[in-house]
Design a protein around this ligand. Structure first.
Ligand code: HEM
Length: 425
């Protein structure tokens, strides 16, 4: 969504809990939903792709190729409910990237900004995803339609290093590698090094390895060693895992931004951080560490935009300094000289005062109350800064060692904020 600010790390850890727990490891299917949402793209008319979150609608939701994906949609639903600011389309795409990373794969460049359509106005027709029973020509037809070349087709097919086929869903059965929960280049190594024969079974035509009879390959997988141009890349990726990771990350990042607004494209030059944005980022970083001199340097002559918020968290330099309880003169510099608005709320709805109150930084609270923070502002949990101080007072009592800046003083925070409230009545 336009202007969505997301704390990637926090979101990633919620996704990790949903995908990897005592009941499941749903990472492979998370990667698959992102690919299926994106793989409907047609470059000729710009239709399809992950923007719109169209897999929520008929007929796409019932496409044969999407069988079984309701499981992952349901697993991710509580996260969507917890984060109304993130579209389902972004969540599926991001969960796929996170899943790849959780299983040891490359970090996929990613940008938020996909929208959820409210009505099924852009749902692509079914049947655009590849048919596993076919060969190289079909793969080219489908992937060229999306704008991918041979190297990218082979790199993307490496997604089959994860997970397995399920007879009940696709009519095929078995894993591609012996380590289906590890992202590596074994898929290519197996294609190149093992001997594959037709699987002797009543199911759909597929291949199995002669050696163990436990692995599987689809006809489209075997096309990667049957077609000379595909084979060249398959052999390269089998030899060089690093190269595979690089090419996969690039192609997958491109895949999940097909048909999406330009802000979702991580390779879009316009979206690169400008010099001033970089200086502003550094300013926030120094503020977090309480480094006053570098902050003053960056503030001088407007080198940095001192009021800028961190795009992923919505936090100002003041939030960061307040959180760590830096000394009064520093907080006062940020509020009074830099004129950072103490009422800015981050994506959790917290003001700098909420952060200071949570950790019992009484001196910081004093400056922020004096600076006129609106004491009635509530965070996403519905709490004012005073309520946050009260809530955390028993939890943190006498826990912080003196070298971490002294013991937290929630009692003082409570009385400072209460006095501030009374004076405004
Ligand atoms: C090249 C054309 C492709 C074809 C024909 C194809 C076909 C299939 C089929 C038939 C299955 C088995 C589904 C099941 O029974 O559960 C499958 C699973 C899977 N596919 Fe593909 N796929 C293709 C490309 C891709 C790409 C590009 C990716 C990701 C980059 C991908 C990722 C996966 C994953 C991770 C699974 C395992 C899911 C699980 O364990 O539940 N596939 N694919």
């Amino acid at each position: 969504m336009e202007g969505t600010v997301v704390n990637d790390d926090a979101l990633k850890s919620e996704i990790r809990q949903a995908l990897i727990n005592q009941k499941v490891n749903a990472c492979p299917i998370a990667m698959r939903i992102a690919w299926h949402a994106a793989g409907t793209y047609d470059k000729r008319d710009g239709s399809g792709g992950s923007d719109g979150g169209t897999m929520r609608f008929e007929p796409q939701v019932y496409d044969e190729a999407n069988k079984g994906l309701s499981i992952i949609r349901d697993l991710l639903l509580p996260i969507k409910e917890n984060h109304p600011e993130i579209s389902q389309a972004d969540l599926w795409a991001f969960a796929g990237c996170a899943a790849i990373e959780f299983l040891g794969g490359p970090k996929i460049p990613f940008k938020f900004g996909r929208r959820d359509d409210e009505k099924p106005v852009r749902v692509p027709p079914n049947g655009r995803l590849p048919d596993a029973s076919q060969g190289a020509d079909h793969l080219r037809q489908v992937f060229n339609r999306m704008g991918f070349d041979d190297k990218e087709i082979v790199a993307l097919s490496g997604g089959h290093t994860l997970g397995r086929m399920h007879e009940i869903r696709s009519g095929y059965d078995g894993p591609w590698t012996h380590t289906p929960l590890k992202f590596n280049n074994d898929y290519y190594k197996h294609l190149v090094e093992k001997t594959w024969k037709l699987k002797d079974w009543a199911g759909k035509k597929m291949y199995t390895d002669v050696e163990t009879g436990t692995l599987g390959m689809l006809p489209t997988d075997l096309a990667l060693i049957q077609d000379p141009s595909f084979k060249k890349y398959t052999v390269q990726f089998a030899k060089d895992e690093k190269l595979f990771f690089e090419e996969f990350a690039k192609a997958y990042a491109k895949l999940i931004s097909l048909g999406c607004p330009p802000r979702c494209n991580p390779f879009n030059q316009d979206e690169k951080v400008s010099g001033r944005a970089k200086a502003s980022m550094e300013f926030r970083e120094y503020a977090m560490h309480g480094a006053i001199l570098p902050c003053k340097e960056l503030a001088k002559g407007g080198l940095a935009d001192v009021k800028a918020v961190e795009p992923t968290s919505g936090r100002t330099a003041l939030h960061k300094a307040a959180f760590w309880g830096h000394p009064k003169p520093f907080i006062s510099f940020l509020v009074n000289d830099c004129k950072i608005d103490p009422n800015v709320q981050d994506i959790f709805g917290d003001t700098a005062l909420h952060d200071a109150a949570k950790f019992g930084h009484a001196d910081v609270c004093q400056v922020l109350v004096d600076a006129g923070t609106d004491l009635m502002l509530r965070n996403k949990h519905g709490k004012t800064a005073l309520e946050v101080a009260q809530l955390h007072s028993p939890k943190f009592a006498l826990k912080a060692p003196p070298e971490a800046g002294g013991y937290p003083n929630h009692a003082a925070c409570i009385s400072i904020i209460s006095a501030g409230k009374r004076s405004k009545m």
